[in-house]
Design a binder for this molecule. Structure first.
Ligand SMILES: [Zn+2]
Ligand SMILES: [Zn+2]
Length: 394
């Protein structure tokens, strides 16, 4: 076995430099043109062939190395950024106005480039075929689903994938720590819109109209009862109304009131239940108020559910290579979502979290305009991916 620790140490400066360059050119989902060009230039330099783009995702980059007759594992990095104006004041801050790598995908992308270079240098010793996926549009565009549909796992683009791994920098944990759990890790991210259509009138004569604001307000409160009265108390769900639009003046009852929300659940039965309940509750309240209801449900990402065996494998690799105290089993899932879920619906795999907080002190959260993926965590991510590839036995 090559000295992987030393390989990673010597790769770290290059990976850091790449991350800083990526950090300066954040691009939104499916628009990652400069980012993809940088990824492909690096692969050219390393000498790895790649597929540049798949149907509906021209900015995706897919490559593979090693023995294609052996089991194939995929390592995935998301490459997109967010519509946020950066406030970090870093020397390598975003040069794209109103765009920022506030979720640390620059860290994920550069980590995977470092891993590609290291594994390429020891390609003959690889016990597996390794597939690299640089995926666009994680932040809402469902790029993971687009890549699955394009056949990046099932053998239509490159060899068939047997297992998949992905990571996310995690500001809630110090650098050096890795965490995950078997089964449910992250939530489904469904959204809904409910418009209560009443009858507008003068605010002093409510009996002449049908007030949609009162109905919608009642729905906002009532929807919380789904979690407390319909979900199994030991299971988790969230209903959050983040948008409430109605009215123009204090003395007018408007015709319409619209609420929009997100519904987070951790498994398909709960997902079905919440959808049915949210619509039923809104409809009941609309009827009781003499209003009509316009209701739409937008399925978001599925829940991210780790394969138990693959989660155990990640835990074992982290414990063996980083140390006993460096792996912390996640006691509970997190109600955020990830389009890595789509891959896990197709093949067994594991998504894990890598600490990025330089100290125990609070670090800016994901999607904050002050968030920055910590460079020291690049080495931890590279170590995990490289070891997962070198120790995989199918
Ligand atoms: Zn994000
Ligand atoms: Zn992210």
């Amino acid at each position: 076995m090559p000295d992987l620790y030393r390989l990673i140490e010597s790769q770290h400066p290059r990976t850091t430099q790449l991350r800083h360059r990526l950090h300066q050119i954040p691009e939104l989902g499916f628009e990652e043109v400069k980012t993809a060009a940088m990824i492909r230039a690096e692969l050219d330099r390393i000498g790895i062939a790649y597929v540049g783009g798949v149907p509906k995702a021209p900015t995706a980059t897919i490559a593979w190395i090693g023995n294609t007759n052996k089991p194939c594992i995929a390592l995935r990095a998301d490459i997109d950024a967010l519509p946020i104006t950066e406030q970090t004041g870093l020397p390598y801050a975003s040069t794209h106005l109103g765009r920022m790598h506030a979720c640390g995908h620059d860290g994920h992308t550069s980590t995977l480039l470092g891993v590609a270079e290291i594994l390429k240098s020891i390609e003959k010793e690889l016990p597996v075929c390794v597939r690299f996926l640089w995926q666009p549009a994680e932040e809402g565009g469902g790029g993971g689903n687009v890549l699955c549909q394009a056949g990046v796992l099932d053998g239509r683009v490159g060899p068939k994938v047997d297992a998949i791994f992905g990571l996310h920098g995690w500001p809630g944990m110090p650098v050096g720590i890795v965490s995950t759990r078997p089964g449910e890790l992250l939530a489904a991210t469904d959204t809904f819109t409910a418009t209560f259509v009443g009858k507008g009138c003068h605010g002093a004569f409510p009996h002449l109209g049908r007030d949609p604001i009162v109905a919608a307000a009642e729905a906002v409160v009532n929807l919380q009862q789904f979690v407390s009265r319909e979900m199994d108390p030991t299971d988790s769900a969230v209903v959050t109304i983040g948008v409430f639009h109605a009215g123009t003046a204090t003395n007018i009852i408007p015709d319409r009131a619209k609420i929009e929300g997100t519904a987070r659940t951790l498994n398909e039965p709960a997902r079905k239940l919440i959808r049915e309940s949210v619509e039923r509750r809104c409809r009941g309240i609309a009827t009781a108020s003499g209003c009509e209801l316009e209701f739409t449900w937008e399925p978001g990402y599925p829940p991210t559910i780790n394969d138990p065996k693959m989660a155990d494998y990640v835990a074992r690799i982290a414990t063996q290579t980083l140390g006993e105290t460096r792996f912390i089993p996640a006691a509970r899932p997190v109600m955020g979502g990830e389009d890595f879920a789509y891959y896990l619906e197709k093949v067994p795999g594991c998504f894990f979290l890598v600490g990025v907080s330089p100290t125990q002190a609070p670090y800016p959260p994901l999607h904050s305009d002050r968030y920055d993926f910590t460079d020291a965590a690049l080495a931890v991510g590279m170590r995990m991916f490289v070891e997962l590839a070198m120790n995989f036995r199918g």
